[in-house]
Design a protein around this ligand. Structure first.
Ligand code: G1P
Length: 296
């Protein structure tokens, strides 16, 4: 039996330059999609996948994330006195929901470096990684889909999706062969190679890595063995490539819709689609959109 995955690492030390000036003084992870910060979508996905221990790798100027997941006595007291029970439940829900630990990444030296910072807190057990920028709407949470594959193969698993050839150079790309899983093929792949941000002409496929991973603790040794890669940063993809020499790694083409909330257009799409799905807002928002006179 594979060991249970109890912990999830959220790298959240990035500078958020794509969202300046909004991210000059507030973390990009706190930008709201409708009324919930981006990072909370990822945290709720982890909870819905059965993982309660949250490790957030933060950096300078990220204290709003810690405050968000902490108890806010003044706010709760005020809501209680004013009898705002619904809002009180929402605010309490956030801090009650998780057991969260923070570790600092003092310099932004890459995703792999951020994950390595969590080594002591993770210890010698399997763990998940969630990149909060990738917001994923799915009937079965994306991380849960990966955990099912991990439990079957007892090996690391990455989320992947097909992207167009022009887009692949923005991602990590994999070379892989389909394997059958739960009687189906085309959903799960065994990985042969991984390349971070390949040129379109050098991409091994159009299967792009998306920000959900289930990893085993050997990844930490790989992270200390590799040299800086794409962008001069320590890349998680390069560490996985290193690990591939000693153990199989799988990819799961997840079912669901992924929004790149770290990109302005992706963020807008997520905002519109999440608002349309909301019971309290969807109807009037749809009416408003229908009434817009959109020129060519
Ligand atoms: C990171 C990973 C990349 C992955 C991407 C998914 O890149 O390094 O392999 O495809 O997330 O969102 P970033 O977007 O941080 O440059």
């Amino acid at each position: 039996m594979p060991s249970k995955v109890r912990k999830v690492v959220f790298p959240a030390a990035g500078l958020g330059t794509r969202f300046l000036p909004a991210t000059k003084a507030s973390p990009k992870e706190m930008l709201p999609i409708v009324d919930k910060p981006i990072i909370q979508y990822g945290v709720e996905e982890a909870l819905q996948s059965g993982i309660q221990n949250i490790i957030i790798v933060t950096g300078r100027g990220k204290s709003a994330i810690e405050d968000h997941f902490d108890v806010s006595f003044e706010l709760e007291d005020m809501l209680e006195k004013r009898g705002k029970k619904d809002l009180l439940a929402i605010v309490r829900g956030i801090s009650d929901m998780i057991d969260v630990a923070y570790i600092r990444q003092k310099e932004a030296l890459g995703l792999g470096h951020a994950v390595l910072r969590a080594r002591e807190l993770v210890g010698d057990e399997p763990f998940a990684v969630v990149l909060a920028d990738d917001v994923i709407e799915a009937d079965t949470p994306c991380l849960k889909q990966l955990l099912d594959v991990y439990n079957f193969f007892n090996a690391p698993v990455l989320a992947v999706m097909e992207v167009s050839p022009e887009e692949i150079s923005s991602y990590g790309a994999i070379a892989a062969e389909p394997v059958s899983h739960s009687g189906a093929t085309g959903q799960v792949y065994r990985i042969h190679d991984l390349i971070e941000k390949p040129k379109a002409s050098e991409a091994p496929s159009n299967l792009a890595i998306i920000g959900r991973y289930v990893l085993t603790p050997e990844i930490f040794d790989s992270l200390t063995s590799i040299k800086p890669g794409s962008g001069g940063e320590i890349q998680l993809t390069d560490a996985l490539r290193h690990l591939l020499h000693s153990r199989p790694i799988y990819a799961c083409k997840f079912q669901g819709t992924r929004y790149d909330a770290g990109d302005r257009l992706g963020f807008l799409k997520a905002t519109v689609e999440y608002a349309l799905r909301r019971k309290d807002l969807g109807g009037p928002f749809r009416e408003y959109l229908k009434g817009l006179k959109l020129g060519e």
